[in-house]
Design a protein. Structure first.
Ligand SMILES: Cc1cc2nc3c(=O)[nH]c(=O)nc-3n(C[C@H](O)[C@H](O)[C@H](O)COP(=O)(O)OP(=O)(O)OC[C@H]3O[C@@H](n4cnc5c(N)ncnc54)[C@H](O)[C@@H]3O)c2cc1C
Length: 474
């Protein structure tokens, strides 16, 4: 480690190498506190050239490295062991180019997502990737995990926002593919191989991203559903009645809203009576050819008439829309303050969301009497955060000791319905066992072969995403 350290100090400036345990702490602790790293060296290069130099030094010393963005991933992907160094991208923050006529911007990996949304807005454009961690996650981390969020229904996942990519590969070479082309059929799409690979195949240093017209019209409503199956009928109605302007369609159960009302300041019930299931939906459009307020009113009127919904609150100002979104975001914080919780980030075909929630709910309630399921999420993408709060009278540690067992019960239901045990947060280390159990064996072999070909020494984020060979399958 001493030679490595002196080599790194030669490449980087004073702020580029952290070895002091107090300064290192924020890079070691995963946000949810489930994983804690032990790395003794954190490096913070300033640009792509320095990233490349660090990678080459690590290759020469055979030292594994773990790329880190905003450290908001919830799967332990950016956690490093004592023999691994953390390579933080936080100082690669340049906006390299913005081309409104081409609807693109080229940005470095360490740019914070919310800052990129603001950069696009300042140029009269819209960058649609949006998630609750947007104030601290970085675009490099978003691409490495193929993040989802609240606008996937209309714009797609992170991978759908990318036209070009720059990355340092595990042999130290630079993959320089930063073009803004919407048509480019020149062989394998390597950027898509790197996106979602969670730092196991390359370190993303910059990307050329797609921009869209800025949506200057927006309409938001909180709706009380007749019942859970009505969510799908209502989604269909909202999609067909919104002329392609439906961006978000978020399902919430009363349990989660009650947690938000109880624990999160500024969250209160905007309806006069409680209901069991709710949807928060948003329509957005640019220009004046379409009026999203009129569309939303017509959708809600029809849904009330046919009985899919019982009640609705339409936001009459931007401030009210923010208050409604605060309820959705308050669920996570409210659940945290309510006690221990076991979480799932799963997807099933949209048509099967109600069946999944009902069967998984019955199964976990049978296994853990008194458990409080708090499902919410992006039902328009079939993505449910099937999160479970501890029974009020159960010891938190005893409840958390059931994490793996409960995961298996839920993920078995997901698999039966043709779904995925990891919808948007990725694999990291937390879902390696599930990869072994549920992922197609041929797909696993191909992934391992690609990893071996690109990173034969297993130096890039080892132990993440791909299960170790011959790991026991359950
Ligand atoms: C409150 C909250 C809400 C969230 N909501 C959502 C949501 O709605 N949708 C969603 O998809 N996720 C969500 N997440 C999860 C998380 O924000 C995303 O996974 C995000 O994309 C991670 O970005 P990051 O910069 O924090 O990456 P990190 O956590 O730092 O890293 C994540 C992974 O990417 C790798 N990595 C990071 N940067 C690079 C790089 N430049 N090159 C190569 N590999 C890299 C790391 O090694 C690690 O494996 C949420 C998290 C929180 C805390």
């Amino acid at each position: 480690m001493n030679t490595l350290l002196s080599n790194l100090r030669e490449i980087l400036d004073d702020r580029g190498v952290i070895t002091n345990p107090v300064e290192a702490e924020p890079y070691l602790e995963e946000r949810r506190g489930r994983f804690h790293g032990k790395s003794q060296i954190i490096v913070r290069p300033r640009d792509t050239t320095e990233v490349q130099a660090v990678v080459r030094t690590c290759i020469a010393q055979k030292t594994p490295l773990v790329p880190q963005g905003g450290n908001t991933g919830l799967c332990g992907g950016a956690v490093a062991n004592a023999d691994q160094i953390i390579l933080s991208l936080e100082r690669l923050k340049q906006i390299r180019a913005i081309d409104p006529a081409n609807n693109t911007m080229t940005v470095e990996a360490g740019c914070i997502l919310a800052e990129l949304q603001a950069t696009a807005r300042d140029a009269g454009r819209f960058f649609p990737l949006s998630l609750a961690a947007e104030g601290s996650c970085q675009i490099g981390g978003n691409l490495a995990t193929n993040a989802g969020g609240i606008n996937v229904l209309r714009y797609g996942n992170a991978r759908d926002q990318v036209l070009g990519l720059e990355a340092v590969m595990p042999n130290g070479e630079l993959l320089s593919d930063l073009h803004g082309l919407r048509k480019n059929n020149t062989g394998y799409d390597l950027k898509q191989l790197l996106i979602g690979s969670e730092g196991t195949l390359g370190i993303i240093t910059a990307a050329t991203l797609k921009l869209y017209p800025y949506p200057d019209q927006s309409a938001t409503a909180l709706v009380a559903l007749h019942d859970l199956p009505a969510s799908i009928a209502f989604l269909e109605r909202a999609q067909s009645g919104s002329g392609g302007t439906l961006c978000s369609f978020e399902l919430m159960h009363r349990v989660g809203l009650d947690f938000a009302f109880k624990h999160v300041s500024g969250c209160s019930d905007p309806m006069t009576a409680p209901h069991e299931w709710y949807v928060l939906l948003s329509l957005q459009a640019s220009g004046d050819a379409i009026n999203v307020d009129t569309l939303l009113s017509a959708i809600l009127e029809k849904a009330l008439e046919v009985g899919d919904i019982h009640d609705a609150v339409i936001a009459s100002s931007e401030q009210q829309a923010k208050s409604l979104w605060k309820l959705r975001e308050g669920i996570v914080e409210g659940q945290r303050l309510e006690g221990a919780s076991i979480k799932h980030d799963v997807s099933v075909p949209v048509s099967k969301v109600p069946e999944f929630i009902e069967t998984a709910w019955a199964t976990v309630a049978k296994r853990v009497p008194g458990i409080r399921p708090c499902p919410f999420g992006h039902v328009g993408d079939g993505n449910i955060h099937f999160n479970l709060s501890q029974p009020p009278d159960m010891d938190a540690e005893a409840f958390l000791s059931l994490w793996e067992e409960v995961n298996d019960l839920v993920h078995d239901h997901v698999a039966e319905l043709g779904g995925s045990f990891s919808a948007e947060h990725g694999i990291g280390i937390s879902k390696i066992d599930e990869m072994q159990t549920y992922k197609d064996p041929t797909a696993l072999k191909v992934m391992a072969a690609i990893k071996k070909a690109l990173d034969p020494e297993d130096l890039f984020n080892p132990g993440k995403v791909i299960p170790a060979p011959h790991a026991d399958s359950r």
